[in-house]
Structure formats: structure tokens, C-alpha cells
Design a protein around this ligand. Sequence first.
Ligand SMILES: [Zn+2]
Length: 267
Amino acid sequence: MPKPNESPRKRPNTFRRPPRETEAEKTERILANWKPKTKLGEEVRKGTVKNIDEILDSGKKILESEIVDKLLKVRSDLISIGQSKGKFGGGKRRAWRQTQRKTKEGNVPTFSTMAVVGDEKGHVGIGTGQSKETLPARDKAVRKAKLNIFKINRACAAFDCSCSELHSIPFKITGKSGSVKLTLIPAPQGTGLVVANELKKVLKLAGIKDVYSQSFGKKRTTFNLIKACIDALQKTNVGDKKWKQIGNFHSSKLNRSVNLNDSSNKN
Ligand SMILES: [Zn+2]
């Protein structure tokens, strides 16, 4: 008989699961056990290379994801490239694309997914991973996304915005993948991301806050839509000479808007 003041459902206090490790703790643990295999990794570990832009500008290839972990504070997200199967029609968007191989023994499922990583300050990358289980597929995708990281140029180029913050893109750009064509257009502050929901994940991690967009082709293929977006973002990397010209144009734009304001005050 249980005592009246004690709940009969109470379990004996034997084992408590330790709190789950956070993403920051995980990267810390990985970096502590990291044994670099490449020359670049060795340099990063020692601290000779302190900035990721040095690596990206020199055109060296990153072959260890820990390099990115060490130099940048990246966050990752999964893109819904698959859909659920089964009852109630299925077709709900899901991060895992599930495919099957038919064998004599039965069906062998495979899961693939697409990850995006970024530091919200002008560095992004995407990668895909495939495995027999979902979680290894995610780990592979995140690792590949880190290896594919690249730099983008941000600026304020909206004609009706006169700030000098890096909240949008420097000019109108079009990216393409398969039949999907995506145009990103600079927008003034406070607009937000006027794009498809999956694209918001990419642009947010890239550090772009305001943008308009236009898309053509079979944009239901999320895979191609994301790749078109990455293609467009890569095109913001114009040469130094051109970038200077764009900078001059932007400053002249700012002067003009100031002048316009002055004349309106006189009237
Ligand atoms: Zn602005």
C-alpha cells in the first residue's frame, strides 16, 4: 500500500540524463580533438591564418570542415528538398528526400538532404549528403556545406534607401540552375525577404535582410531554386576594379538623395 502523502506514480530517483550538449559545446569538443591532415589545417590550428577571407581570396581549397568551425561562427539549417509519403495524401515538405533501391531481399531506402551554413555576415555555403540513415546524411551535408563556403558582397543599393549599412545586395543579379532562373533585387530597409520560404533560410544565413525577387521556370524543384540563389549570390563577387566603380556610384547616389532632400526643404 502506498503512503497517503506520496504519489503512487512517483518513480524512484535513480538516473537522470545529463543535459544534451549544445551546438557550441559540440564544435568546441570537435576542435579540441582535431588533428589537422592538411597544411592549411595545420596553419589554422597554429593560428598563422586568422581570417577566412585570406583563404578564400587566395583560392585555396578548404578540405577540412574544422577550418571553418575554427575561423567562423557558423549556424546551419536544412532545406526541405523531400516530401513525406503515405497516408493523408503525403507530399508534405520534409528535409529528407527518401528514395528506394529494389533488391531481391527487399527495398533498401536511402536518405538525402541539403544543408546550408552561414555566419550571417557575408559567408554562406550549401552541400548535399546521402546515407542509409537520416542523421549521417545530415552530418555529411553540413560538412560539405562548410567546405563549399564562399564570400558574398553586401551593400545598400535600393534607390529609395539612403543608408550605408550592409543590409541588401549591391545590384540586381540573376542566377540560374536547370530551368529555374532567380533574380534578386535590392530593397530598402524594413522590406524583409520577399522570397520563397526555403530561400529565406539561405539569405538569412548569408546576412541579407532586405531583398525583392522574381523567379521563372520550374521553381517547385527546391533543389534547383536554392542552387539558382547560390549562383546569384556568387555573382556579387565582381573584380576589385568593378567593385570600386560600384562604390563610387553608390556614394554619388547618396549625394543625390541628400540634394533632393535639400531642395524639398526649400519648397
Ligand atoms: Zn539601405
